[in-house]
Design a protein around this ligand. Structure first.
Ligand SMILES: [Zn+2]
Ligand SMILES: [Zn+2]
Length: 179
């Protein structure tokens, strides 16, 4: 049985031996231990772990029932000893790659973490530009008042209203410096 590759516990059970006996003979015969199958705990994939913390609601939206960071309320969970944000993981699950910039919910269900309902910066910009065009808010200006090229720096609010992302970043930085 040892030579056929049977596990120690199988041999012990079939032959009515003490559990330690097959291992002792295996060692005495100079045979390597049979690799144990991975233990059940900690073997959830990132996808499975993510899905433990979501509740699917009408419209395919997913509400986060896991924990949130105290500071910003960002939905997060632990995976492989690290804290990961739910929306970033959702993005990765849907697109198969890491997001560019931060990830936001882009459907109308607040806080939704459905993989198909989140976008990274380029995706968000694309969607909101379409909304701007649909709602007649798209600007024909090619640069902002400070001369930042629209093609590179233009961003949009969730309602499709365009603004200069670089000017806003500068204003935020100035606000932080003044605080
Ligand atoms: Zn949604
Ligand atoms: Zn600007």
């Amino acid at each position: 049985m040892l030579r056929s590759g049977a596990a120690n516990h199988t041999i012990a059970r079939e032959l009515g031996l003490d559990k330690a006996t097959p291992a002792r003979y295996r060692a005495a015969l100079g045979m390597a231990p049979v690799p144990r199958s991975a233990p059940n705990r900690c073997t959830l994939t990132l996808d499975e772990k993510f899905r433990q913390f979501v509740r699917v609601v009408d419209g395919g939206h997913m509400e986060w029932v896991g924990r949130h960071t105290k500071s910003s309320g960002t939905p997060v969970f632990s995976f492989a000893g690290r804290t990961v944000t739910a929306r970033t993981v959702a993005f990765q699950l849907a697109r198969g790659g890491a997001p560019e910039g931060y990830v936001t919910t882009e459907c109308d269900h607040e806080g939704c973490v459905a993989p198909e309902h989140v976008e990274d910066e380029p995706g968000r910009n694309r969607l909101r530009a379409q909304l701007a065009a649909l709602t007649g808010q798209e600007s024909t200006r090619t640069a902002c008042v400070r001369g930042h090229a629209a093609a590179e720096h233009r961003r949009y609010l969730p309602n499709g209203s365009p603004y200069c992302g670089t000017c806003q970043d500068m204003a935020k930085a100035a606000g932080r410096a003044a605080a």
